[in-house]
Design a protein around this ligand. Structure first.
Ligand code: FES
Ligand code: FES
Length: 933
């Protein structure tokens, strides 16, 4: 995280090279990173920066036809050579075959890795016209993707090599109805595959200053600032910002009553990475200053790391309002679970531990702010523009409408960009200095200072009767929320509802706590605690099955929630409960894979010295869509202009999951027009209504329903204008709509009509949807969510019992999404969820101060992800748009349990701590052997 002092004295020289076929001569410092020359000096921002350390491959370009990381190449090395970047592959109206294949196969989700992937693939295809799958895995092995699970990227490259590019339906060919359910290509896909998309670091006003944050190198400390004014003057800085420069309240947090994190610390820090002050000036001036140069005197305090330290009787209290360092507790109680456990025939119990998990989106936090008269404009990577707007306004002491958030394209979020990061700092700097100010976090800074998945310690017991029916569960979970609250209350309240898993159970008691520590703040991360609780429960279900000599798959099927089931929170599920359908889809593979694994292991055992064992595991998951028992509204608008064009004002930020496309599909079919008649305005708080945050798998269900209502509203207005009643057909002819009821045709002449707003709309349809829920009582009883998505997965693994390594050979993933608005995107979400679940199970563990980069913190690479068979189950949700629910989080929840249960099937070893690294797996195998002796 610490910025090192550069002792290099910059001097420039003229370098000549060819870029995308054009001879270029540029005056630069020859040791500057090539990627900086491309992006900053030549405005070729298609080449991305994810780490600046050779770890992520986002900066991959071709130098004399071979892939290199442009962040590791000094500019001088390009002299006299041919350089090719994504901008040189093809243009929006003339895509290369490879780009077209990426678009058609849905190989770009957020798209931040896409330029690097494309260049690495192009290198391969230039050398080998007919590569096989292993060649693709090898060639793309240096480029990380956090969204796609890589499989659609592999498919896309192979389709070019094998000339089997099956084009999906393009938006041009879609009729008035039929967008929903089609595999329409992403509406923002071309920008992503040509390098034209603008992420947080890709755009800045020409006269921008740069901001860099100085952060605590200590987990817990007091500090005193030295003479910063003198330091700024001597070092040529424009300003140094501290807590004293915050015009409004120096505190933020996602809950109105729980704001506890300072923008700049005031003499006391609670975690390594906390912001102390910010240097503002020219980029070269900042580069010459090391963090340690800034005059700060430290008094290091003992750090409370982990929940055991923070809940010890003599532990220091980290926040005045939280005795015992307990931020919040969650609770659910239904029936007498403890009593039932005493009389239940079979009881399994254990303690489980999970680690901090880093989001590892490839785009670090970035953006710029500028003052426009008495308003602030902030262009920034975010999942939640309206929450950002309101929080920044409080910090700035401004009214919310004085702040405009313009979301950049988002290079991955997964929950990590729901919290403020650089927003208030660039806002304060731009406001105070009257100049635009930009900032891009370094990879170590991003990892040290932003939120993580909560580590959990879970004590759980599960009881079942002889038929395998679940009778009782007791669950106690402590979640390490780190130094600040962030989304800790959400986790503490969501887990109790989901702790029973997607199963019927007679009685359950669940108590959760979010505990303050001196660790990195934990926040929202795909699942809000549910993936952790699923690991614990699903492992014990295999214990129960083993003791009952029952098939683990059958045990789950027997207990699965179904229509009219009553959940642990007392909610009767009236519709859209597709778990059994998911299991039905997986059953043939379960039977076949289990049988094959048993034969493989028998043969392996018979052959001495063969140490590879195979196993198959199953896991199930469910996920309540949207906020837990809290208002969760979304407002969407659709306008009609004089030229007949429809404008979709979409405040639901697309973070790569594809909501821009999904919304266009919903709008088209609800309005009854072709997608090509619709223009998209996305995200900007000045232009769109508040559609809520992009999290909790809510946008398709909540904003999609709001949009359906808005589109129907506009349709009604247009019909009224035409004096035609339903059923009617819309047709665009010469810039005006022709509406027909089958007998009469009426042409809407729009050019003479008055506009009703500054956007030029003649009429606007508006829809608002807030899913019907009810508050939970003291026992957690009520209706926490209007609907749930369900999922089930199988994992086939191969374990090396000597080395303790696990290779996942195959995954089968089924999900009930209500209705797949776009099956390609549902598959993409399933693939991406599986990849993150695999990382959670086997390799990912963030340790504050030790794994703050992408070479010490491992995420799955293209070679780690096996073939994934997907099964989309559509049990329609009556409230959802065209029956749709959500898929983001349910895609991930069953993966880790399925893998852990597969390891157990392969080896007999029960894993109770993730990630199941080779040392932990070997320890579990040893323990098992010792117990048997
Ligand atoms: S930015 Fe160059 S490898 Fe990550
Ligand atoms: S699409 Fe690859 S990182 Fe997002």
């Amino acid at each position: 995280m610490t910025q090192k002092l550069s002792t290099h004295q910059p001097s420039t020289q003229a370098l000549s090279f060819t870029v995308n076929g054009h001879k270029t001569v540029i005056e630069v410092d020859p040791i500057r990173r090539l990627v900086d020359v491309l992006r900053e000096d030549m405005q070729l921002t298609g080449t991305k920066v994810g780490c600046n350390a050779g770890d992520c491959g986002a900066c991959t370009v071709l130098l004399d036809g071979r892939q290199v990381c442009a962040c590791l190449v000094p500019a001088a090395q390009a002299a006299g050579r041919e350089l090719r970047t994504v901008e040189g592959l093809g243009a929006p109206d003339n895509l290369s075959r490879l780009q077209q294949a990426f678009l058609d196969h849905g190989a770009a989700q957020c798209g931040i890795c896409t330029p690097g992937m494309l260049m690495a693939a192009q290198d391969l295809l230039d050398r080998d016209e007919r590569p096989g799958e292993q060649d693709v895995l090898d060639a793309l092995g240096g480029v990380l993707c956090r969204c796609t699970g890589y499989r659609k990227i592999v498919e896309a490259v192979l389709s070019v090599a094998q000339s089997t590019n099956d084009r999906p339906i393009s938006s041009e060919t879609l009729p008035n109805a039929g967008a929903v359910g089609s595999r329409m290509a992403k509406v923002d896909g071309i920008a992503k595959i040509t390098g034209a998309e603008k992420y947080g670091a890709d755009e800045w006003p020409a006269d921008s200053l740069t901001l860099r944050v100085i952060r605590s190198p200590h987990h817990h400390a007091r500090f005193q600032l030295g003479d910063l004014t003198a330091f700024a003057k001597v070092r040529g800085l424009t300003a140094i910002l501290t807590a004293a420069d915050v015009p409004g309240q120096n505190v933020f947090g996602v809950y109105p009553t729980g704001k506890d994190q300072p923008v700049f610390a005031e003499g006391y820090v609670r975690f390594r990475g906390e912001a102390i002050c910010a240097l503002v000036g020219e980029a070269e001036t900042l580069a010459a200053i090391a963090d340690g140069d800034v005059p700060i005197a430290w008094e290091i305090l003992p750090a409370l790391q982990g929940v055991a330290a923070a809940t010890a009787p003599d532990a220091a209290q980290l926040h005045q309002t939280s005795p015992g360092n307990v931020l919040v507790t969650g609770r659910l109680s239904s029936g007498n679970a403890a009593g039932l456990l005493k009389t239940t025939e079979v009881v399994a119990r254990d303690r489980f531990r999970t680690a901090f998990v880093e989001h590892a989106y490839i785009e670090p936090e970035a953006g710029y702010a500028r003052r426009v008269d008495d308003r602030l404009e902030i262009f920034v990577t975010t999942q939640t523009p309206y929450m950002d707007r309101d929080e920044v306004a409080l910090i700035m002491g401004l009214k919310p409408d004085q702040v405009r958030i313009i979301p950049s394209a988002v290079g991955g979020g997964f929950g990590g960009k729901l919290d403020l990061s650089l927003h208030p700092m660039i806002a304060i700097a731009a406001w105070k200095l009257g100049r635009p100010v930009r900032c891009t976090y370094s990879r170590p800074e991003s990892m040290a200072s932003t939120t993580k998945r909560h580590p959990a310690v879970i004590d759980i017991a599960v009881g079942a009767d002889r038929e395998g029916r679940l009778r009782a569960i007791t669950f106690e979970g402590d979640f390490n929320t780190g130094a600040y609250a962030s989304w800790g209350p959400t986790v503490a309240n969501r887990v109790p509802v989901h702790a029973s898993g997607p199963y019927e159970v007679d009685a359950i008691t669940c108590v959760t706590r979010a505990i303050y520590t001196n660790d990195t703040p934990a926040g929202a991360f795909r699942g809000f605690g549910v993936p952790q609780s699923a690991i614990a429960l699903e492992t014990l279900l295999d214990d129960i099955a083993e003791r009952l000599r029952m098939c683990p798959f059958e045990l789950r099927y027997r207990n699965a929630l179904d229509r009219n089931s009553v959940t642990a929170s007392g909610q009767r599920l009236a519709a859209s409960v597709g778990l059994r359908a998911c299991l039905d889809a997986l059953r043939p593979q379960w039977d076949a894979w289990r049988a094959e694994a048993v034969i493989h292991n028998q043969q392996a055992a018979a052959k001495k010295g063969t140490r590879l064992r195979r196993g198959v595991g199953v896991g199930c998951g469910w996920y309540g869509i949207g906020n837990t028992s809290l208002p969760n509204p979304s407002i969407m608008r659709v306008g009609l202009r004089q030229n007949g064009r429809i404008t979709l004002y979409n405040g639901a930020v697309d973070i790569g999951q594809g909501s821009n496309t999904i919304m266009m599909q919903i709008c088209a079919d609800a309005l009854g027009v072709p997608v090509t008649a619709i223009d998209l305005v996305a995200g900007d708080t000045d232009l769109t209504a508040d559609a809520g945050k992009t999290s909790a798998s809510r946008q398709t269900f909540v904003s999609g329903t709001a949009l359906r209502l808005a589109s129907e509203d506009l349709r009604r207005q247009m019909l009224r204008l035409a004096n035609i009643v339903e059923p009617a057909q819309f047709r665009l002819a010469d810039g005006s709509w022709v509406i027909s009821d089958g007998q009469i045709e009426h042409q809407l002449y729009l050019s003479g009509l008055p506009t009703i707003n500054e956007h030029g709309d003649l009429m606007v349809g508006e829809g608002r949807f807030d899913p019907p829920t009810s508050p939970l009582d003291a026992d957690g009883q009520g209706i926490p969510y209007a609907t749930y998505s369900f999922s089930a997965q199988l994992a086939l693994v191969e374990v090396d019992i000597d080395l303790g390594t696990t290779k996942v050979l195959r995954i089968a993933a089924a999900a009930d999404v209500g209705r797949a608005i776009n099956p390609t995107q549902v598959e993409g979400q399933l693939h991406g969820g599986v990849a993150q679940g695999l990382g959670l199970a086997l390799m990912e563990e963030y340790i504050p101060g030790r794994t703050e980069n992408l070479h010490d913190y491992l995420i799955p690479t293209i070679g780690d992800i096996p073939p994934i068979d997907t099964y989309i189950v559509e049990d329609p949700e009556p409230l959802g748009p065209f029956g749709a629910k959500g898929i983001g989080e349910p895609a991930l929840i069953p993966t880790a349990p399925a893998i852990l249960n597969a390891i157990r099937h392969a080896t007999g070893a029960r894993i109770t701590q993730v990630p199941a690294t080779p040392d932990r797996l070997r320890a579990a195998l040893r323990q098992m052997q010792e117990a048997a002796e």
